[in-house]
Write a protein that binds this ligand. Structure first.
Ligand code: UD1
Length: 339
């Protein structure tokens, strides 16, 4: 079995990817300091797959301990690097925290990859690298726009660093630009587990519907869009996870290449905040308490993907629609209430 190191394996996309890798014949180890995740998720992964997963509770900024993990796992065929902070609003308030954590983690990972000759890397990037886009949908050729927050800039910088370092060394790189992952595994054993008040729309919706939050605030209804709210490309987290396995298969099968391959991971459908709320209400039968508030700093007006490249090159096939995403997010919320 080929071994893959997954940083942030206990996180939201990381845990779904562990499941997908295991179910496609890979051996996995995770590195996750559990600072923004819970070991409960790892138990969920084990329940779904029937396999015990080793997690190294190591902070990526701790180079000495990180090196030891690589030394123990230098037989790995590849690494998928998820571990990073991801809140747009927090990054607006604490930009240095984002640069320090996301960049130092990446630099240390890259030094270890080079030292221990790990041949393949998949990097978690984001559609936020496109900034405020004018022409939609965005393709992988759409140039970087002005980053709207430190989180987005940390992803732009991460991609640039990987481009330079890949050119200079012998490993191969895929950059995956996620749009808006939502939903949970069909078993409801794993899902999004925000610590404290959620920043993202879907967990805020489900926590409001279940009564943990009083109401959802729609951030702005005066944007130049069809109903005045922002437009995003929501995509099921299990579809995103599947793309990581395919990207790893692709890297392993290919001869050396110098320039990272980039793929957009979105459905191609732009959905407004009001439409997302409606989809939640329709798919779950729940009525959501919401109000319209002011715009949120750092938000882009609209972004959605052209995903042709990932479909054609990686053989990526999307399985879930917006209703599936909302329904599975709700089932996960219900399951947590009952556990
Ligand atoms: C951003 C990034 C995305 C990244 C994600 C990580 C952009 C374009 N996208 O997603 O790449 O993966 O952060 O967290 O920068 N909303 C409300 N009320 C709420 C919460 C959200 O109206 O309580 C609205 C937001 O204004 C936005 C949409 O819902 O229009 C989605 O917001 P959110 O789930 O936070 O994700 P993004 O900020 O789009």
């Amino acid at each position: 079995m080929q071994k893959i190191i997954v940083t942030g394996g206990v996180g939201y996309i990381g845990s779904h990817t562990l499941v997908d890798l295991i179910q496609n014949g890979y051996d996995v180890v995770s590195i996750d300091n559990l600072s923004r995740s819970s070991v409960k998720i790892l138990h969920g992964v084990e329940k779904i797959t029937g396999r015990k997963v080793k997690n190294y509770e190591v902070d990526l900024t701790d180079k000495a301990r990180l090196s030891k993990v690589f030394e123990e796992n230098q037989d790995a065929k590849g690494i998928i690097h998820f571990a990073a902070y991801k809140s747009v609003s927090e990054s607006v308030e604490k930009p240095l925290l984002y640069y320090r954590n996301n960049m130092e983690g990446l630099y240390n990972i890259l030094e270890c990859i080079i030292q221990y000759n790990i041949p393949n890397i998949v990097f978690s990037s984001s559609c936020s690298v496109y900034g405020m886009v004018e022409k939609l949908p965005v393709t992988e050729e759409t140039p970087f726009g002005e980053a709207q927050c430190a989180y987005a800039r940390s992803k732009q910088h991460g991609e640039q660093v990987l481009t330079d370092v890949t050119k200079a060394h012998s490993f191969k790189t895929v950059l995956l630009r996620y749009f808006n992952p939502v939903g949970a595994h069909s078993s409801a054993e794993i899902g999004e587990l925000p610590i404290g008040t959620p920043n993202n729309l879907a967990p805020f919706i489900t926590q409001t519907a279940i009564g943990k939050r009083e109401k959802l605030t729609v951030f702005g209804s005066d944007y130049p869009t069809r109903d005045g709210s922002c437009i995003r490309d929501y995509i099921h987290v299990s579809d995103i996870a599947q793309a990581h396995t395919l990207a790893m298969n692709y890297l392993i099968a290919r001869e050396h290449f110098d320039i990272p391959e980039v793929f957009n991971l979105g459905t191609g459908n732009g959905v407004s905040v009001f439409e997302a709320i409606k989809a939640f209400e329709e798919s779950t039968g729940q009525k959501l308490n919401y109000e319209v508030g002011s715009r949120r700093s750092g938000d882009v007006i609209a972004v959605y993907a052209n995903n042709t490249k990932a479909k054609e090159t990686l053989g990526w096939k999307l399985k879930y629609n917006l209703h599936d995403m909302m329904k599975s997010a709700w089932e996960w919320e219900l399951k947590q209430q009952n556990s």
